[in-house]
Design a protein around this ligand. Structure first.
Ligand code: HEC
Length: 110
């Protein structure tokens, strides 16, 4: 009788603990995804500035003025060779289409 009652509480305890652990793991994997996305976008910061906010008159295109769609179109054009450039064609070829899409989403005009 006593053991049964104990088991009921024990399983409740296990359920609550596992739910908590799963929620934490979920939050952690979301953080990992966010970190991955932001790291990809950060590879552009050397030339285009943090968050794509460059300096006006600094000689680099201000990419944060482009919408994500416009940016992706230009990146894909560099990648395919349709759009010539000094550095961007080589850079764009280094990323998968999916990565370029992520970068354009992170850096494009909100
Ligand atoms: C080494 C410097 C450098 C880095 C790093 C760099 N860019 Fe560029 N970017 C340029 C230059 C220079 C141009 C002008 C085109 C050319 O000469 O290749 C340009 C042009 C662009 C354009 C076209 C802008 C327009 O108005 O047409 C986009 C979009 C762009 N870059 C996005 C990116 C993204 C996204 C990244 C990161 C994956 C990145 N760039 C990394 C130097 C850089």
């Amino acid at each position: 009788m006593y053991a049964r009652k104990y088991m009921k509480y024990a399983s409740l305890f296990i359920w609550v603990t596992l739910t908590g652990v799963c929620a934490a793991a979920d939050a952690q994997s979301q953080d990992a995804v966010l970190l991955y996305q932001r790291s990809l976008a950060a590879t552009c910061a050397n030339c285009h500035g943090t968050e794509g906010k460059g300096i006006e008159g600094g000689g680099m295109p201000l990419i944060n003025l482009l919408t994500p769609k416009e940016m992706l179109t230009r990146l894909m054009a560099y990648k395919s060779g349709v759009q010539p450039g000094t550095i961007m064609p080589q850079l764009a070829k280094g990323y998968t289409d999916e990565q370029l899409q992520i970068i354009a989403t992170v850096l494009g005009k909100k």
